[in-house]
Write a new protein. Sequence first.
Lengths: 317, 341, 591
Amino acid sequence: MTAVRSSTPAIPLSRTPSPGRTAEGGWHRTLRRFRRNPLSVLGALIVAFFVLVALLAPFLAHPTERNPFMIPHTGYASDPHPPGPGHPFGTTEEQFDLYYGVVWGTRTAFVVALSVVATAVAVALVLGSISGYYGGPLDELVMRVTDIFLAFPGLILAVVIVAVLGQSVRNAVIAIAVVEWPSYTRLLRGEFLRVRDMEYVQAAQALGGGDLHIITRHVIPNTIYPMLILASLNMGGIVITFAALSFLGLGAPIGYADWGQLISLSHNWIVGTAGDPFTFWYTLIVPGTAIFLFVLGWNLLGDAFRDVFDPRLQGSR
Amino acid sequence: MTGFILRRLLLLPFVALGVSVLIFSLLQFLTPAMRASLYIHDPKQLNALPDIIRKYHLDQPAYVQYWDWLTQVAHGDLGWSETAREPVADAIRGYFPATLELGVYSFACILALGIWLGTQSAVHKDRLLDHISRFTSISGASLPTFVWGLLLLMVFYGHFGWFPPDRLSLAAGLAVRSPAFHPYTGLMTVDALLNGQWWIFWDALRHLVLPVATLTYFLTAVLVRITRSSMLETLRTDYVRTARAKGLAQRTVVDKHARRNALIPVITLAGLLFVGLLAGVVITETVFNYPGIGRWGVNASQQLDIPAVTGFALIFSGLLVLGNLCADVLYALVDPRIRLQ
Amino acid sequence: MRTVTWIKRAAVLAVTVAVITSLGAPTVRGAGEAVKNPDTFVELQFGDVVSLDPALAYDIYSSEPIWPNVYETLIMYSGSSLDKFQPMLATEVPSLANRLISADGLTYTFPIRKGVHFHDGSVMTPGDAVYSIRRFLLQDQAGGPAWLLLSPLLGVDSTRDDSGKIQIAFADVARAVSAQGDNVVFRLKKPFAPFLTIVAAWTFVMPRAWAVAHGDWDGDPGTWQRYNNPKTEDRYAFDHMNGTGPFTLERWDRQAKEVTLARHDGYWRRPASLQRVVVRSVPEFATRRLALQQGDADLVVASLNQRSQLLGLPGTVVQDNLPQIAVQTLQFNFKINTEANPDVGSGRLDGGGIPSDFFADVHVRRGFAYAFDYAGNLGGAYAGKGVIPHGPIVQGLLGFDPTVPVYTTSREKAVAEFKEAMGGKLWETGFKFTIPYTAGNTARQTGAQIVKDTVGALNPKFQIEFRPVPSSTLISLLLAHKGTMYFLGWFADYPDPHDFAQPFLSANGYFPVRSGYRNPEADRLVDAAVGTADPAKRKALYKQLSMISYNDLPCLFLIQPVTYYTMRSWVHGWYYNPIFWGQYFYTLSKR
């Protein structure tokens, strides 16, 4: 695959038109390709829906506690109650309102996932760029460190970190970020290696541009797309890992508006009563659907990004 | 090639050292009382805390404890796991075959299903089958494992009574622990066959159905995606176009030419997938009460059983390095264009 | 071509389906009344055995197989009674009437039964009993139960002092418990009313020869110090058992988390009905319940908030409302260590925190006591299962007195008390603090929520939060005296009021040590009440102690819980005694 310098800087360098074809207006083509695939559109719609819910949370469900992320509950009876007046989705164990939990849980999901991604990307930008750009022994060191972290089973590392630091949403975010940063760093480093030797970078160096200037203005913008793909595919996985931590009692505290926490509460009720195994179906189905759709949306979106931006699929349509 | 393998194997002790340092450095965040809580099983034992701290040297700084552990390991003793109530080495030796068995069966199912689905998906790109298979595999990764597991348990065990949790039924368990039964490998299905006990083999298999189904549903998504994209890439290449132009049947094109080359990245992934299985098995084992290394590892982490966590992490990281090595070697063998530097 | 492909695919699918259903088919069963596994009893609970060594185990999950199923004691509780005993390994229950208790209450003589065989076939002698009890006293593992006998026999709580040095002499032990002819004789230093009940629950007998043959202490005065404070794994008896009970240990599979017991055919009474007993730990409730439904489990232990999912299962019976000699409390910390403490806010009485002696003010404590919603806690956190206690002496114990007053929810009284608190300043300044509670414990979380809601409703300046912490952190907080209020429970070691009065009210009791509560009058009364054998006198003294507890308010007594077990209806012979740590399998049968 030869790298041909594109005439329009707006087109990401990774998308190189094969010789003999004209480069159409880049974004139009991207968008059209995106629109053609119904699954991509579905993914985008789902994510857009959740973004809307997250932004409008205070209006959709009025917070009553000092901390709006704590779900209000009426009374202390432990058995869940089915959907009814005042509780459109029913209540889970200890009368936590499921509707409130799901709405504010959307915010929690975004906050957690974005925090983790932001932290991982920040670390990756620093370490990956140093490692990829300068190479040599620095690169070796960073790679060995990522090796060690990647050699550790992810969930176990997260569990140990939260167990040590104490159960809280913040510590769970730290723990998951510690688990995720090596993948981002490696990806960014790979991209840096690829881009470093490209002609325009060498040209910039010849023109006397400083390292930092080159990295920030030329290299990083053109390596962002694989990160975008990884991040969007990761968003769902992070939420699931967070749910797993809640299941193990190491994620959000009980009563916190978090889908994973709500599902982990439901597992006490999953077999229902004697006559009817589905008595408490809503404790599982309601937060479960939320988590399912959220992750589904991001997975589809991430897939779509990959299909659209991945150079190897160039010319397939 | 040999040089490459040797250099990779040299990684093992380095990674092991790094992992153990990482874990012990977390000790900085723990007070001696928190570490002593591992030995407190009932609140009434609280009075003994200072005694316990003194007895197990828990008030020593982290580097002193690390050095103690290191010297102990140098003598071949991985320490005692309080959560497992037996030496760490014994615990690992006991739990690992169970997880291995679960992993191997899941791995086989994931490979078969993933490659088949991915291939079909690529060949029938953007048609109904493609959408269905992509949707199914993605949806499989969109819910937490324990939810799927419990749902399966509820339907297939609670309602129908077909596939129970645990590893063996009561009767089979007793038979396996009797002196007449020789445990050759620790894998129940294999051992049952080697002992000629068909009913134990069926019993073990029955208990594996749900955990394997849970794991398969999850990790198939990744494999389908990779297979599909790799297959797509291959199908667009020149030599495939040539084959088609020559008038070869679709089946031949796909099976004989495309698939082999499309499988190259799959092999890389398969190596990682296997070790990823061993990690992802944690929650599955908890839900189905399956006595494997994942369930033990999480318990140990939750209770801050440091020797156990360290021992577990060492084995795991060793496996991962070896897994990566195998994948790389396989990659090199399959694709003559690759040269391992 | 395509048709052939589809036929092929259909065939593959059909074969797969056939294989899978054939795997599942043998187990399809209806509600089925036929007894499953008639010789084997399966109990599913959710805690792990820590150690099977009777001298070292001090948690309920280890104690279940140990007593009274594999090891036995000198005397035993009679049926479901907590104060009537029957002879067990001794042939008579000592009393003043039969002179086996000396008139001054300092000497107890137990004539030992003859012809009792241990599981390895050897015959039990008084020497074995003496060896076992001395071993119990002298091994004294940190966190073990040795103090229960050390305290009455030797007057100390540990063989080691605070710096770890041995503080008792073998001669004292030899004098305290010795063999004389066919008897085992105990000599106490001071009269101790509950001594018989402690003997009934804690004097396990194992064979000396077997222990010595496997590396344990040989009973020699010169060597005992080497065996003191062992690590769990150091003893052969950790995972091997050899007692006189109706069951032997067949196997402890630590990976399957399962203890398997087998019938002891040489039992000194009629052998048990059950051939085999399996006790397995299954943390996941859904799995436990499904096993019960399928008949794979005969008895299932579950927590109170899961009870509704166990009612009415076909073929099962719920043994409900089983009283427990236990109490759940909310402790005040009288002297909070405010250094680097995230839960006390500013650490001063300025509306943004609490000072170290916040709970030392009785008006503050009374305010909390009147504000708390006891009925709501009982109904919400404990599903209505239990009773409100009248102080530390709970129902079922000698000295329980329903006329002892309790604090009832009263908003006006709470407001009045808070207005007087801290010299009248508290109402204006307000306060703020956090309650740490054991993560995952929903009952305690509900309790914390109730405190926050009820007290917070009195005055907007009263800000209470609560946070879950792992038990390791809670233990750390307890040791450092950093917690503000603690949700702590207490389960009986033996069914005597002393086992409750002392831990709650004595200066060196379990709770006052943590909270800083002191009352010398209470100390005096506790000592007096344990030193006399006269039940009437003891009742009067414990009534006084209950009143002290009411007035001093060292903690809130939230609930005396009840428990329940769910079992298949083919289980017969089950009976309940609150002092049993688990099930007594000897009387059980499956029909």
